[in-house]
Design a protein around this ligand. Structure first.
Ligand SMILES: [Zn+2]
Ligand SMILES: [Zn+2]
Length: 303
């Protein structure tokens, strides 16, 4: 056990200054002889709260390795299993329908279009929750808060367990795809929906892989990233650097260059500002507060 003071940082919102102020808890190591049954040299760890956070939001706190907020629950796994089932049913219906009708080109083209549009959808969604709303926004609040935390501590996504990372999108996919599975028997529609919804659901996994190091990723994943079929590590790294307002797409990243070169999101931000008076977060907040806080060796030592 280390006897050095260990600092864990927590974050508390200020009502006037988003995003965060750091407070810290200092764990000091002392010896005690107050318990007669104890050895005189017994070490006790006494946490001393300095400027206690008030209150400490659990999701918003700086995660530590093996943080419970990064682990999957049975609820997460159930939603991912449900989402995967609806996607597989849609793909199966597409294949079976194509086999029965002997039409293969159109369903395959529909699946390809679904893959391409899923990347665009991931970019629009990511841009939206990066820039608008907050943790109390209905429906999207948790996702908005999670993505803000991701910008602050990008490394956490590589520690987040699979179902924990995918469950929110899996739930959305399940709700949208299940009714289509039940009523639609068109192989073209089924193929489009299956591929598009599957890519959107797994976009968070592709995102996690984009934060991985090449030597630790499975070789097929690296090959797909290098081929441009999954969002590359270098392309997504640019999203986490100044000016923090580009490379939002996280399926294949094929749309990123077009969207950023043509300033599509900047145009949308201007339109929303002039129509509704709402300023996107990227205009003001990506300052030093969004500086990437990489996983440090001291965090590993704490564990
Ligand atoms: Zn982002
Ligand atoms: Zn990221």
């Amino acid at each position: 056990m280390s006897i050095l003071p260990q600092h864990k940082y927590y974050l508390a919102r200020s009502p006037t200054h988003y995003p965060w102020h750091r407070k810290r808890v200092i764990f000091s190591a002392t010896t005690t002889t107050t318990n007669p049954k104890s050895s005189p040299d017994q070490l006790t760890i006494e946490p001393q709260l300095v400027n206690p956070p008030n209150p400490v939001p659990s999701i918003s706190s700086r995660p530590v390795l093996n943080d419970p907020s990064l682990q999957s629950t049975w609820s997460h796994r159930t939603w991912v299993a449900t989402g995967c089932t609806t996607v597989l049913v849609s793909l199966a219906k597409g294949i079976v329908g194509a086999a029965h009708s002997h039409i293969w080109f159109e369903p395959m083209l529909a699946g390809y279009i679904g893959y391409i549009l899923a990347d665009l959808g991931s970019g629009v969604y990511h841009w939206g929750i990066d820039n608008y709303g907050n943790e109390s926004t209905p429906i999207f609040g948790n996702q908005i808060e999670a993505f803000q935390g991701h910008h602050k501590w990008p490394w956490t996504i590589t520690r987040r367990q699979f179902a924990n990372n995918l469950h929110a999108l899996a739930r959305t996919v399940a709700f949208f795809v299940l009714p289509i599975d039940l009523v639609c028997n068109d192989p073209i529609v089924n193929s489009f929906v299956g591929v598009c919804a599957g890519c959107i659901m797994f976009s968070q996994q592709f995102h996690a892989w984009a934060h991985g190091t090449k030597s630790k990723l499975p070789p097929p994943v690296v090959a797909l990233q290098d081929a441009g079929l999954l969002v590359s590590r270098s392309q997504h790294a640019a999203h986490h650097r100044q000016p923090y307002n580009n490379n939002y797409c996280i399926v294949s990243g094929v749309w990123n260059e077009f969207l950023d070169k043509n300033k599509v999101f900047e145009a949308l931000e201007m339109a929303l500002y002039f129509k509704l008076g709402v300023r996107p977060r990227s205009w003001s907040e990506p300052t030093s507060d969004w500086t990437e806080d990489a996983e440090t060796t001291s965090q590993v030592a704490v564990q």
